[in-house]
Design a protein around this ligand. Structure first.
Ligand SMILES: [Zn+2]
Length: 119
């Protein structure tokens, strides 16, 4: 499994600059390793929506140490392609989740205002 640093080195080979120009973005993609230690952690951010989410966090572009402006989406696509071979949608991940009864459970809501849910 590639370390964020190695993804950053790959970014340097593609767009120039230094690993420090990119490491924060690659580290963000892999922060989900804090909640799941195996490759399934990638379900949280390694998909098209995750790449767009990175834009909302880091901006549409970053200016690297050489002065070159790089779209954050390009960096996210590079990361996800290097890990998975392609950019899946989140729907691709959902298809791999085995449904469990608790996932669809909903509390029965009483029509009367102020009453508590029954279960
Ligand atoms: Zn990754």
């Amino acid at each position: 499994m590639a370390h964020p640093y190695h993804h950053a080195l790959s970014s340097v080979r593609t767009w120039g600059g230094t690993p420090e120009d990119y490491i924060h973005i690659h580290s963000w993609f892999d922060e989900s390793k804090m909640i799941a230690a195996d490759f399934r952690h990638r379900a949280l951010r390694h998909h098209a929506e995750g790449i767009f989410m990175a834009e909302t966090i880091f901006g549409a572009t970053i200016t690297i140490s050489t002065g070159r402006v790089i779209p954050v989406r390009w960096i996210g696509e590079q990361h996800v392609r290097e890990d998975l071979g392609f950019v899946p949608s989140f729907v691709d991940w959902i298809k791999a989740i085995r449904p469990e009864p608790w996932m669809g459970r909903a509390a029965r809501l009483d029509a009367e205002a102020g009453s508590a849910p029954t279960d």
